[in-house]
Design a protein. Structure first.
Length: 232
């Protein structure tokens, strides 16, 4: 979910998302005045995310002509817990860099064969109680916005086919993730991190909008959706 920003240009391969389980537990925190119950809503979210399976796309950057980053994100485990108002997800993210035609790696160079393939296992926790906002956007747009905010508006990213990103926002770093990243033949590197944003890559826009709508309903039933304001 990456940490949960999942915005991964070729220059800094990395990703994020998930935790474990396979069943929905506990009753709703509070009844819904209208619409599906929290239990039904969390079950729907769990089913839709589980059905995604592997989402794949090719990614290119304007400042790296001929270079292609192929991304494969596989949702291996999703557990929605209504009692805790939380979602636990596990992902495997494989990224492979394809060099421009005719280009070969030079022995002793700054780029080695180990740099061309990275695999990350990520387990994430998404608590709905403190989520303030949920949006849907093209992942390509999200990555280009991140580049612009990082003072690199001259660099643009293109994704094919287009995939979508359900993004969750909070005022505090409430989204947590544990990642185990293996680059080439190196030993895996373990890392724990938190973030103010989290998200999920979805294959198509219709499903992304349905998941976002269900997550918004879950957020409201859990008492979220309130934007915190500074007193002074």
């Amino acid at each position: 979910m990456k940490i949960r920003n999942w915005l991964t240009p070729i220059l800094a391969i990395g990703f994020a998302a998930g935790a474990c389980g396979q069943q929905v537990a506990a009753p709703p925190v509070k009844p819904a005045s209208s619409g599906p119950t929290l239990l039904e809503t969390m079950q729907f979210i769990q089913e839709k995310l589980s059905q995604q399976g592997q989402v794949a796309w090719a990614e290119t950057m304007s400042n790296q002509p001929g270079l292609t980053l192929r991304m494969f994100v596989n949702v291996s485990d999703v557990m929605a817990d209504p009692g805790a108002c939380a979602l636990y997800t596990t992902f495997t993210i494989d990224s492979t860099i394809e060099l421009p035609k005719g280009r070969v790696l030079k022995p002793g160079g700054s780029v080695t064969a180990d740099d061309l393939h990275t695999q990350t296992m990520e387990t994430d926790t998404t608590p709905f109680k403190q989520v303030e906002k949920i949006t849907v956007e093209k992942k390509q747009d999200a990555e280009n916005q991140a580049l612009a905010e990082a003072a690199h508006p001259e660099i643009t990213v293109t994704l094919a086919p287009p995939v979508f990103y359900v993004k969750l926002w909070a005022s505090s770093a409430l989204f947590s993730a544990h990642t185990s990243t293996t680059k080439g033949t190196h030993t895996p590197v373990e890392k724990d991190a938190t973030s103010k944003t989290g998200g999920f890559v979805i294959r198509d826009e219709e499903t992304a909008n349905k998941v976002a709508k269900a997550m918004t309903h879950a957020m409201e039933l859990c008492g979220g959706g309130v934007v915190k304001k500074e007193l002074f």
